[in-house]
Structures are given as C-alpha cells and as structure tokens.
Ligand binder design. Structure first.
Ligand code: SAH
Ligand code: SF4
Length: 411
C-alpha cells in the first residue's frame, strides 16, 4: 500500500510571459552579481550586497517570492520581480511508501523554449533512523543502456540545468519542512523523524545527505551537476557538507578526477561486474572505459583516504555476477583502495530478463567480502511499492501518464 497525495493546489502553472525573465536559482554567486549588474544596472558594491541578500533568501530561507525579502526596499523588490524568476519545478505528484520513502514527480518547462513540451523527472527521499537521504536526478532519461536498469530503457530527453537539479533539493526541503520556520508534514507516523546529524544547521534537518543516484548519468552533465553541487554545499546557503554528498557514476573515466578536484564530493562507482566481458554487457560504457582504466582513475581520485572511501555499488543478479568466484575477484580488484561495497538486491521492473539473487546467495557473497575486511552492507530496497527503488525510476512516470490518459478518455 502506498499513499498518493493530490497536490493540484501546489502546482504552479507556468506563466508564458514569466519564462522570459532570468531564473536566479542555479546561478553561482559570481553569476548572480553579474546578472544584477547587467540587468538592473547596479554598481559593483550594490550588486555584491544584493547578491548576498538574495543568496541567503533563496537557499537559506527557501523564499520564492521577492516580496518576502524584508531587508530589501520595496522598490528594489519590485524591480527584481519584474526582471528575474525564483522558479521551482511543478509537483505533479507526491507518493509516500509504507516504509516512509517519498517520491516526487516533478515537471519542468524548457528554460530556453517554453513552447517545448515539459519534461518530468523523479526525486526520492529515504528517511532512516540516523539520516535522511535525497536521491536526485541529473538527466531526463539516460544515454547509457545498462541492461538491468529501467532508466536506461528511456532514451535521453535532455540534461537538467543546475537550477533544475537544485530545484529538486529546494522543493524537497520545502515539502519536508527543512527551511527555517518550516512545518514538518504530518504523515500519521509513517515517516520516522530522522535524528539528523548533518549540515551546518546541525541536528534536525530532514535531508542530511544528497546522492546523485536518480535518473541519468551525472558525469554526462558535468557542468550543471558541478554548479548545482557547489551551490548545495556552499556554507551560507543549503550548506550540506561535501562528505554528505555522493555522486554515483557508471564510470565516465575522464570526469572522475575533475569531480574530486573541482567538486570534492564523495564518489560512488556502479561496478556490478569484475570482468570486462560481463561488464561490457551489464554496463556498456565499459567498452569505452574498461576496468583497467576505471580502476586507475579511482585510485587517483583526489581526496581519497580511509575517512573518505569510494563506494562500489554491486547489483546482485541471479547466476550472472553473484558467484563465490565473483566475490573473491571483487576483493582482489579493490585491493589497496579505501572502499565500501554496497550490495544492491536487483529491483525488478516489467520486461526485465534478470532475477534477484537469493538471500542465501547474497549472504554468502557478503560474507566473502566482509571476511576480506570490507564493510559491505546489503542495501535494503526502499519504496518498492511506489516504484522508488534503485533502477526503477521511470515506470511510475509512464504509469501516471497512462492513468492520466485513461482519465482523459473516460471524461
Ligand atoms: N547513472 C548513475 C547514477 C544513477 S543509478 C550510475 O549508474 O551510477 C543509481 C544506482 O542504481 C546505480 O548503481 C545503478 O547501477 C543501480 N541500479 C540501476 N538499476 C537497478 C535495478 N534494477 N536494481 C538495483 N539497482 C539498480
Ligand atoms: Fe544510466 Fe545509471 Fe541506469 Fe546505467 S545504471 S542506464 S548509467 S541511470
């Protein structure tokens, strides 16, 4: 059973004339000042001051209305509203799983061409006793075609902009009451309140961690992901610690080193196979960047240490990659790398040919890896009832569309 909330009232219909204004969400501090200087004609000193005020209102207070910016004079607020936008995605639906996981379907209009059909992506919130993790999408669909991943069957529609990536974090923070003065939603006890120990606001954030593990390959949208994560981790805004942000890649080797050097977040690698012949089939980007090159890039990841380990994700596929020999080869492959291993039970989706390994097989595999000294938690699937688990993001979008279509045809 899951709960689906009707959020029609929360949706903000796009105003065609609004699309011509520049969105400030997703601009770096420097870009924000430049926009204020060029579009409002502010001198350097004022652009700097107004830029800091706006930054604080947008990211710390989560304000979407210039009129609420009480330390800015009314006339200036009006000029800002005439020139700029503080837009967020439209919420198409919000679903809450029996285990408290939430999934949002967000809709975006194309910032450059509002006449193009809007796109939809999914964002998932996973509350646990000691943390609350937001799983964020970087692309609409994916150009890669990992054979066990449902997102991979949806062709790439487009990259999300930095503002659209941040929009997921801002909307989730708002819905979870994470902005100052925000109200926590009443889920009738469904959502365990996370103790929350992260971020500079300390102890009671709902979102303590962000993972770039939603739809898309973040390193094929590097610049936008970088800008969004630098804003999410900037001290005077959302201020998430970089240790609490994890970027997961299927192995886009040339962007691994820049990720560590320029963004500085934690790295996760979708490994899933320990031999090139099998990885070529499961994660086809392996044909371009084989295991040897991938492992060399990981070993050279800036900032890698025992305190900052790489996470290796390994999906457990019955009779495909789950033998004792695979487990032993995994240990050998990772030797010398400060690593954590995440064993992910395969989440099925309609039309897939794969099965999940049995619990006994997963336990035996985990045992071999544990004995070699690696922490290898088996990731409990979360939100399966609302199709929010790893690799399942896509189908719900289609199901909703089908439902919408049915509603339309029966009306
Ligand atoms: N594109 C990036 C990030 C998004 S996928 C990447 O591939 O790393 C997030 C994780 O879910 C990846 O490790 C992915 O391999 C895994 N995954 C995909 N489909 C899955 C499925 N059906 N069951 C379990 N995990 C899956
Ligand atoms: Fe794309 Fe990641 Fe899915 Fe592969 S696993 S198809 S890279 S989203």
């Amino acid at each position: 059973m899951s709960i689906a909330l009707n959020l029609d009232h929360a949706s903000q219909p796009a105003r065609p004339q609004a699309q011509r204004r520049t969105s400030l969400v997703g601009l770096s501090k420097h870009e924000l000042r430049t926009a204020l200087a060029s579009e409002l004609g502010l001198d350097e000193r004022e652009a700097k001051m107004r830029g800091s005020q706006l930054w604080n209102w947008i990211y710390h207070h989560g304000v979407t209305d210039f009129d609420r910016m009480s330390n800015i004079q009314k006339g200036v607020r009006q000029k800002l509203a005439d020139t700029f936008l503080l837009d967020r995605p439209e919420i198409v639906s919000e679903q809450i799983s029996v285990d408290g996981t939430r999934k949002w379907l967000f809709r975006y209009r194309d910032p450059k061409n509002p006449l193009l059909p809007p796109v939809e992506i999914e964002t998932v919130y996973i509350p646990e006793s000691d943390r609350g993790t937001l799983c964020v999408s970087s692309q609409v669909g994916c150009t890669l075609t990992c054979s066990f991943c449902h997102t991979g069957t949806q062709t790439l529609v487009r990259n999300l902009t930095a503002g659209e990536i941040l929009g997921q974090v801002l909307m989730a923070r708002e819905r979870l009451g994470d902005f100052p003065g925000g109200v926590r939603p009443d889920d009738g006890g469904l959502v365990p309140a996370p103790r929350g120990s992260g971020g500079s606001e300390g102890d009671n954030r709902a979102i303590t961690n962000v993972v770039m593990m939603g739809m898309g390959e973040p390193l094929y949208n590097y610049d936008n992901v970088k800008n969004a994560l630098l804003i999410a981790s900037a001290e005077d805004g959302i201020s998430l610690s970089k240790r609490r942000i994890t970027l997961s890649t299927s192995g886009v080797v040339p962007y691994i080193e820049p990720t560590g050097r320029e963004i500085g977040v934690m790295l996760a690698i979708s490994l899933h196979a320990v031999r090139d012949d099998l990885r070529d089939m499961l994660v086809p980007i392996n044909k371009k960047y084989p295991l040897k090159d991938l492992m060399a890039a990981i070993r050279a990841y800036p900032g890698l240490s025992n305190a900052r380990r790489v996470t290796f994700e390994y999906v457990m596929l019955r009779d495909i990659n789950d033998s004792d020999a695979d487990a032993r080869e995994l240990v050998r492959l990772l030797s010398g790398i400060p690593a954590k291993i995440n064993l992910i039970p395969f989440n099925p989706w309609p039309g897939t040919n794969y099965d999940c390994s049995s619990s006994a097989r997963i336990e035996k595999f985990a045992d071999i890896v544990n004995r070699a000294g690696y922490a290898s938690p088996v990731r409990t699937p979360r939100g399966r009832d609302i199709f929010a688990a790893c690799g399942q993001l896509k189908s719900e979008t289609e199901r909703l569309k089908k439902k919408d279509r049915e509603a339309l045809t029966s009306a």
